[in-house]
Design a protein around this ligand. Structure first.
Ligand SMILES: Cc1cc2nc3c(=O)[nH]c(=O)nc-3n(C[C@H](O)[C@H](O)[C@H](O)COP(=O)(O)OP(=O)(O)OC[C@H]3O[C@@H](n4cnc5c(N)ncnc54)[C@H](O)[C@@H]3O)c2cc1C
Ligand code: SF4
Length: 562
């Protein structure tokens, strides 16, 4: 519902309805605050708007393949979508940005943001991660430790539903999991080989926000591996399936799609934010909305760009930017290096359904008391084992008639593919800024991005190649191919940093409660708040930090401190 008239005053404003913004809206609404959720894209209603969810490959005009037009008009996004989910990605030509170095900025501008298309992998950070900067003298110290966030991980997992297996690792803490999905026979074989050959490594099923049984009025996953089209059963967590309906049910939510927040407005007398300025994406009319607290959840680069665009006499370099750090320390995991191989065994075995996740080999490098590598931090291996199926081969296999059908119905050999998801250090020079001259169709300055991986990430990638080759070799795999795709940064879609948390207002933008040091009624709880990247997929941490910050903000409001 777009509310153009009437009262524009709320208790809370949340900017962005993706993974973190959906959480902020739900938490604040449940606490009784009248909350305005501003989303720059269109509405996507759970179930009824998932138009492609039940289509077969032959139902699509191009059999799920992207066209030349896709590649020309959306050179970045088309590398991440297919015909079945392209409607949940922006068109690059409509939303340009400047790449000083190549950087894939993958976006979904709609209600739900990228919660519709994410890979759903959910891992907790540990004190190995929260203490690393301080111990190694890198960047600044995180102002929180695992004990501060652990109850909020519990809280989030209990609501979203995460399936997985507890493994008792201190550096990858266990959680409140639904039963994990099952490894197939080649993955079990690999798991046994890893256990036999190295007592410090293990292979486990991925921890994913896919339900292995009914959960909170959402149906269990049907093993179709079509999640990025939206799930008609509610089998995976998205803002659309979970947090936004829960927020709506309180009666406290006003959701306003097509609302591009251009600025946070500052009240110099009260030294607080008084609200936000919004451009209607369709009409380009400008509105102002006010609230007692503001949560920024427009995603890492979006949030930093709103703050940098919000200039006033008090904040000439961007809202809450006395430290000069906003926009800097952009990070993205690398996931380019790994290995694949074939296995001759298990030829009489197969699997049922299309499991929507793979396996995980948790981090095993630079753990306390173990060998120190020639790089800092570590990586985990993510991968899957499969027999090639007809859907994988149709686009590439030549043929016609009976022999073609036989080729397609013949399962291929067992294969395993795995790659390292590696930590990226926070470098000052990896950054976003706003261009002074070039503007988008709404008159907002274009974002420009500078980013490159450095020696530490490159050395880690070399180790991933060597280590994953060794793991496959020891498990009896053949035709092992070691790869480093050298993907363009941004391709792991785990961009984070740019509005980091820290103890000191001179070197960080946010305190330990995700509150701007300089303006106490503004909170930033998307990936921009991250002080380091760890190597775990990060969205679970954004959700936990969001729920925690909402609780803090609400208590501060009650005490009259905001
Ligand atoms: C293919 C893919 C696979 C992924 N797999 C995983 C995974 O397995 N595990 C994991 O942890 N993460 C994964 N991610 C990353 C994950 O999607 C993001 O970390 C997460 O969505 C970030 O949440 P967010 O709330 O910060 O941003 P988003 O979910 O992107 O939401 C931001 C919202 O803000 C809106 N917005 C932006 N600017 C404005 C503005 N000016 N005004 C109003 N609204 C605005 C956007 O339209 C959007 O709806 C994956 C992403 C992709 C694309
Ligand atoms: S694989 Fe499961 S969660 Fe994903 S769309 Fe299908 S049923 Fe839903």
């Amino acid at each position: 519902m777009r509310d153009n008239k009437g009262d524009r005053t709320y208790d809370a404003i949340v900017i962005g309805s993706g993974i973190s913004g959906g959480w902020a809206a739900m938490e604040l609404c449940k606490k009784g605050l009248k909350t305005l959720l501003l989303e720059r894209g269109r509405d996507v209603k759970h179930i009824q708007d998932y138009k492609s969810a039940n289509l077969n490959p032959w139902d699509f005009d191009h059999r799920l393949l992207n066209t030349r037009e896709d590649q020309l008009n959306s050179p970045v996004q088309s590398g991440f979508y297919d015909e079945g989910d392209k409607m949940y990605f922006v068109k690059d030509e409509e939303h340009p940005y400047i790449q000083n170095n190549a950087f894939n900025w993958v976006r979904g501008y709609q209600v739900g943001g990228r919660s519709l298309t994410w890979g759903r992998q959910c891992y907790r950070l540990s004190d190995l991660d929260f203490e690393a900067n301080a111990k190694e003298g890198i960047a600044v110290d995180w102002p929180i430790r695992y004990k501060d966030i652990a109850p909020w991980y519990d809280h989030v997992e209990s609501f979203i539903g995460v399936s997985g297996t507890n493994e008792g690792l201190s550096h990858l803490p266990d959680g409140n999991f639904l039963p994990g999905m099952e490894l197939n026979c080649i993955e079990k074989h690999l798991a046994q080989s890893i256990r036999k050959n190295d007592e410090h490594k293990l292979l486990t099923i991925a921890r994913v926000a896919n339900l292995t049984r009914g959960w909170d009025n959402r149906g269990p996953c049907q093993y179709r591996n079509l999640c990025s089209r939206g799930c008609p059963f509610g089998g995976y967590f998205s803002s659309n399936s979970s947090t936004i309906p829960a927020a709506m049910a309180t009666g406290n939510l006003t959701l306003r799609p097509f609302s591009i927040v251009s600025e946070i407005l500052y009240d110099a007398d009260k030294q607080k934010a008084k609200g936000v300025r919004v451009i209607d994406a369709m009409t380009k009319e400008v509105y102002e909305f006010s609230a007692r607290i503001v949560f920024l959840n427009a995603s890492t680069i979006g949030t930093a760009s709103i703050l940098l665009n919000s200039k006033s006499d008090r904040f000439s370099e961007g809202f809450g930017n006395d430290s000069g750090q906003i926009g800097h320390h952009l990070m993205d995991h690398h996931s380019s290096a790994g290995a694949s191989g074939k296995h001759d065994g298990f030829s009489d075995m197969y699997y049922k359904g299309r499991r929507p996740c793979g396996f995980l080999v948790p981090r095993y490098r630079n753990l306390p008391g173990r060998e120190k590598m020639n790089f800092l931090r570590g990586y985990n291996l993510q991968g899957h084992g499969e027999r090639r199926e007809w859907m994988d081969t149709t686009a590439h296999e030549a043929g016609f008639g009976k022999s073609f059908k036989e080729k397609l119905s013949n399962p291929g050999p067992w294969t395993v593919w795995m790659a390292g998801w590696g930590e990226c250090l926070p470098y000052f020079d990896n950054k976003i800024a706003l261009d002074k001259d070039q503007k988008d169709q709404w008159g907002l300055p274009l974002v420009k991005i500078d980013f490159s991986y450095q020696e530490n990430e490159k050395k880690m990638m070399d180790d991933i190649c060597a280590s994953s080759e060794e793991i496959l070799d020891k498990a009896g795999f053949k035709d092992i191919e070691v790869f480093n795709y050298n993907k363009v940064p941004g391709s792991t879609v785990h961009e984070m940093g740019t509005v980091r948390m820290g103890h000191d207002p001179r070197s960080s933008a946010l305190n330990g409660n995700n509150q701007l040091h300089d303006v106490k009624n503004v909170f930033v709880t998307d990936g921009s708040c991250m002080t380091s990247s760890a190597c775990q997929n990060p969205s679970l941490t954004y959700m936990a930090l969001t729920a925690r910050a909402c609780d803090f903000a609400f208590n501060e409001l009650k005490k009259g401190n905001l």
